[in-house]
Design a protein. Structure first.
Lengths: 282, 282
């Protein structure tokens, strides 16, 4: 066969696979309906491993890795479809948020970051000794916010700011990029509420990857399958040793969109320690 | 249908899809043979987009994203299979490397990092002013190596060390983790040669993601499909503005293994500005 003939054959096979794919999605819809009624979870890793083992039993070794990747993908998109279906049937996404913009009476900053933060935000700022001190003020007074450097672009994320956000359930509400010593830095405001303001185009979140091979890749593919782009990704080994590694990612997405909600619902179900870290415009 | 009946149907569909998948891989093998003869490239993004557009034309909107993700995966694993096949037919991977271990006469370090580097390596070290100065010494004298802090785990990568590696074609040869002020730091040695030593279990590399939606996810899935784990990932916006973003990743892999070589071959072909940054044990 020459290349042209092979391609005609590939087209035929692709069309046959398409019909079977459609059939499988209708079956997935059935599964979603039953599970929504019984409250059963969509993602069952053990059952998936079982199916993979069964299906790969008689596959030729030279295409085994390819076939395994392929059926994992069928299962992934099947789950994606089921999460979307479930969201239209029930309202399982329980996330408290306020709508902005919000006026603040006070902004708190750690002393050493005051000059940089001033470049980004033109507010009066009260100096504190540490991010822990800022967290205390914010949690006790809903009318206050903190300001800090979240990230030096090209160098790394601020460990202490992220630790403070995570440990105290504090959310990023706005973000500005300033240039300091030739380094672009992301300066953010944060408070005790998740605030979604019209025009927000970034969603920051963290999760821990389940300890399975390829789980990060599968989570990032999942995000891509929603047609949502990543704008940042960082892997962070946890010093408290409760988790091994967590990931902080920034999405080019608005919380109010249906596809974003479906993605968040899937991430809440398929990652560990999932947490929203903020919504902002950048 | 109850869940049990649905699952019996799903099993049937999966088995039919499996037969078609096997058929498609045989066709992909044919494509690989023709392309190896003609030197044609395996990855043709425009042709793939064409096929996707054609196949999704008559698909129901509610499963369009799922189906698109699914056929992209078929193409991905088909390419993976073709790269592997091509590697067995020709030797397209032209990477110069030496085998270690190598004795060095001199080690150079920047003054401010000397104390930390001493915690990792027990060598005499000559202080230099900057990484550029170290690079000059290394490039002019193959018997020397540099030592520096590559990464503060949990905080970020060293921008200036990576810039030096990238700009001067310098490779990491060994790595040790030390604890400094409660922060775990990766201290590395580097030289002008890529040196592969028996027992190396880490491969560091960088690439630029093609500017297409989901391209990072697709690259990470590709890595996962080779059964190779990521140990680190960092996205770095480039200040020179030649690239938008590049990615630095560390793989749990040995350069000498066939599957690692096939992955590198695929990455060289499917990413931009691909570069190996080193092989070491960690």
């Amino acid at each position: 066969m020459d290349l042209k003939e092979v391609r005609v054959e590939i087209d035929k096979v692709d069309n046959e696979i398409k019909r079977l794919f459609e059939k499988r999605m209708i079956l997935a819809d059935n599964v979603a309906r039953v599970k929504a009624e019984t409250g059963d979870s969509i993602f069952k890793p053990e059952r998936e491993v079982e199916i993979i083992n069964k299906l790969t039993r008689d596959i030729e070794p030279q295409i085994e890795k390819e076939y395994t990747a392929f059926i994992k993908k069928i299962m992934e998109v099947s789950r994606k479809y089921q999460y979307g279906k479930t969201l239209t049937m029930t309202d399982p996404l329980k996330i408290d948020f306020k709508t902005g913009p919000v006026e603040r009476s006070e902004y708190h900053v750690i002393g050493e970051e005051k000059d940089i933060c001033r470049k980004a935000y033109d507010y009066e700022m009260i100096s504190e000794e540490s991010f822990d001190d800022i967290a205390k003020v914010i949690l006790n007074n809903p009318n206050t916010a903190g300001i800090g450097v979240m990230e030096d672009l090209g160098i790394g994320v601020s460990d202490r700011l992220h630790t403070m956000l995570i440990n105290n359930d504090i959310y990023i509400n706005s973000c500005k990029i300033v240039v300091d010593n030739n380094v672009r830095k992301k300066v953010v405001t944060f408070s005790k509420d998740l605030i979604v303001t019209e025009g927000d185009n970034r969603l920051k979140l963290m999760f821990v990857c389940p300890n399975r091979s390829g789980s990060l890749a599968s989570i990032l593919s999942m995000i891509a399958d929603y047609d949502i782009n990543l704008t940042e990704i960082h892997s962070v080994p946890d010093r408290s040793e409760i988790w091994n590694y967590f990931f902080m990612i920034e999405l080019d997405a608005a919380f109010t969109e249906e596809s974003t909600k479906a993605l968040i619902y899937q991430l809440m179900n398929e990652t560990e320690a999932f947490r929203l870290l903020g919504s902002y415009k950048c």
